[in-house]
Design a protein around this ligand. Structure first.
Ligand code: SAM
Length: 219
């Protein structure tokens, strides 16, 4: 797996199977902060339940934890992390993206890799690892999410992640009014999100890129 230094100086990788990088070339950390953490403002919800779909290097989770704590929300946070590739999880132990919470992310991932520990609680945060195919595992989740960080490979490279029935299964596991954030603003993606019960609007524009999408569960 080749390392990439993105334009904000943060590290990402290139995935050979999907022929795509894990993050926007314009900035991996910037994308996590702007398109996910600052877009959803998770600090506004007390004791939020967050689904990180898909975890990768855990940048989106780290950015969201930082945003919550920086806004003086000390409440309990529950994070369900979906991932199916140990190779990218191993890279978590090598990168230094500069998030305040990344030490915690490393500890959670190390315990999972070393001893298959899938649940880890520290600093009032409960992490759960759903390791395997998320399209199957989502159906076993008991909790309902206030927020979903929806970050698969692109619709072109990984179309199964962006269509019914998976999107419907994700929608079913969210509270009414719950917010899903994604980097994609593709017409087809937005149409599918609307079809399964979301109302969609533009997310933040980062750099010279197009906006992401914020989808609110209305049905
Ligand atoms: C664009 S990357 C996510 C980047 C991540 N959010 C981060 O901050 O590093 C997409 C991720 O989806 C994972 N993935 C692909 N297919 C999956 C599946 N069926 N179930 C669970 N994870 C999957 C890949 O291994 C990859 O880590």
């Amino acid at each position: 797996m080749d390392k990439i230094i993105t334009e904000d100086g943060s590290e990402s990788f290139f995935n050979e199977e999907f022929q795509e990088s894990y993050h926007s070339k314009s900035g991996a950390v910037e994308e996590a902060r702007e398109k996910y953490a600052n877009a959803i403002k998770a600090h506004e919800v007390n004791s939020p339940i967050i689904f990180d779909m898909f975890f990768g290097l855990g940048y989106n989770t780290a950015a969201v934890i930082d945003e919550i704590r920086e806004n003086n929300n000390d409440s309990f946070i529950e994070i369900h992390c979906f991932e199916n590739d140990e190779n990218i999880l191993k890279k978590v132990l090598e990168v230094e993206p500069g998030f305040k919470s990344y030490k915690l992310i490393k500890e959670f991932v190390k315990r999972f890799l070393d001893s298959d520990q899938r649940q880890f609680t520290k600093d009032n945060i409960n992490f759960l690892m759903y390791f395997g195919d998320a399209t199957r595992l989502i159906r076993d989740v008991q909790d309902e999410a206030n927020f979903v960080l929806f970050d698969p490979f692109s619709p072109k490279k990984h179309p199964a992640m962006w269509i019914f029935p998976f999107l419907k299964d994700v929608n079913n596991k969210m509270v009414k009014g719950g917010i899903l954030a994604t980097y994609s603003c593709a017409k087809e993606v937005r149409k599918n999100l609307e079809l399964v019960g979301f109302t969609v609007k533009d997310g933040p524009i980062v750099g010279r890129n197009s906006p992401g999408t914020i989808a609110v569960k209305t049905e």
